[in-house]
Ligand binder design. Structure first.
Ligand SMILES: NC(=O)c1ccc[n+]([C@@H]2O[C@H](COP(=O)([O-])OP(=O)(O)OC[C@H]3O[C@@H](n4cnc5c(N)ncnc54)[C@H](O)[C@@H]3O)[C@@H](O)[C@H]2O)c1
Length: 392
């Protein structure tokens, strides 16, 4: 791989790159009178037929509890091609036509980040359950409004990423729960690459490395260490213009380089960094890497995640009793980052709840907006939201 260039869509996908999380809304039976499928399958409509739709549609097509009903894209050729590829009976060029067209239960939003909140709201208004790629909303207030609307409509709302579903997350949460690391002190997480080159939205207002990349590490660290109570951050733009395929030069107005410090309470501090200017000596691969992306340290132990949190493959752990690092949670599993829409479709069909919650996704949205505010004002920003924690 030419690591001096931004990451192109094909290589990112070929290597299984990318990510997902979700936002739930209380017990499934709360939505019993939503527009649900019978016969054990959830009828699904997918909006946004770009890069991430490929792994999503393949995963959904393999789920026995999913019926793919329609696809939609404002670039109609993309919707037609996605429909052809997966034998999906209906395709639409506009959300209004999709929502007024063949009925379905679950709206899967894979559009530009800046479009999520508006389209999620429209789908909830139309009585559909929603799974949204990240971010689920552009602000805490916007997300809370969506949750309230979902409750009112008696439907569910979820959002990417799904990192808390991995067996490696479960192992780390268990170690912390058992006190294996002693009194917790610190954690560090890092995720970056050279940036996508297929869409401008990553680099404009409402985009940035935090909602595209940092969101995974923020979800993992708050999931392991508990909700953040306050945040301090600095961000910057390292590359002021980008060449975007089929678009040309774009001026970068969202951060492409971010560092966040979180205070989790009880003295526990953590740090997340993300960026679109990160050289890596390895490919952006989900399975081949052995490098640590997240490290947690306490008075009696230290553990590090092997691989990205959206594609983890082991945890290295050393403790006071076992003071050489040993590898754990390295068995093959069926966890993949693009599983979120399939998991919630299965939840709607069976009542089996995923581990991710809307409150957690919204907490991470608040951290990301607080990070931008902290950078602008130079202040430490208190965080108001919280979520159900711990996971085990
Ligand atoms: N590409 C990845 O590997 C990847 C991985 C994980 C998550 N994501 C997330 O998925 C989302 C989409 O990213 P992408 O890389 O697929 O972008 P993309 O540009 O490849 O695809 C987005 C698609 O949405 C369509 N679209 C935009 N606004 C629309 C509207 N109002 N109605 C209908 N269609 C609309 C665009 O025409 C485009 O085809 C982003 O939130 C991104 O952060 C992407």
């Amino acid at each position: 791989m030419d690591t001096t260039r931004p990451i192109d869509r094909r290589s990112l996908l070929r290597r299984g790159a990318a990510l997902s999380a979700a936002v739930t809304l209380g017990p499934l039976h709360a939505s019993a009178d939503a527009a649900q499928s019978v016969a054990g399958k959830t009828k699904v409509g997918v909006i946004g037929c770009g890069s991430v739709s490929r792994p999503y549609l393949s995963h959904l097509a393999r789920s026995p509890l999913v019926e793919l009903v329609s696809v939609c894209d404002i670039l109609p050729e993309r919707a037609r091609q996605a429909a052809d590829r997966h034998r999906i009976p209906h395709h639409y060029p506009h959300v209004d036509q999709m929502l007024a067209g063949t009925p379905f239960d679950l709206f899967i939003n894979l559009t530009d980040m800046q479009e999520h909140e508006r389209l999620n709201e429209q789908a909830l208004e139309a009585g559909r359950h929603v799974w949204s790629e990240k971010p689920i909303a552009n602000s805490l207030a916007g997300g809370q409004r969506l949750l309230e609307l979902a409750r009112k409509q008696r439907v569910r709302l979820w959002g990417a990423p799904t990192v808390v579903q991995s067996p490696q997350f479960a192992f780390m949460a268990k170690m912390l729960g058992e006190g294996k690391l002693g009194r917790m002190a610190a954690a560090h997480a890092s995720y970056g690459h050279l940036g996508p080159n297929w869409a401008a939205f990553f680099y404009t207002e409402g985009g940035g490395s935090l909602p595209d990349l940092g969101v995974y590490n923020l979800t993992t660290l708050t999931g392991l260490l508990g909700p953040a109570q306050s945040v301090v951050a600095m961000t910057s733009v390292v590359t002021p213009t980008r060449q975007i395929t089929a678009r040309g030069e774009v001026i970068v107005t969202a951060e492409d380089n971010a560092m966040i410090l979180m205070d989790h309470g009880n003295g526990v501090l953590s740090h997340v960094q993300s960026g679109f200017n990160y050289f890596t000596p390895h490919e952006h691969s989900s399975t081949q890497q052995d490098h640590h992306t997240i490290t947690l340290i306490g008075t009696a132990g230290s553990m590090s995640l092997v691989g990205y949190d959206w594609a983890p493959h082991a945890v290295d752990l050393a403790t006071h009793e076992q003071n050489r690092f040993q590898r754990h949670a390295d068995a093959r599993s069926d966890y993949v980052w693009e599983n979120g829409a399939s998991l919630v479709a299965e939840c709607l069909a069976t009542g089996r709840e995923p581990l991710f919650t809307p409150e957690h996704a919204l907490h991470v949205v608040e951290i990301m907006t607080a990070a931008n505010e902290s950078h602008k004002t130079g202040r430490r920003i208190p965080i108001r939201s919280t979520f159900k924690w711990p996971f085990v």
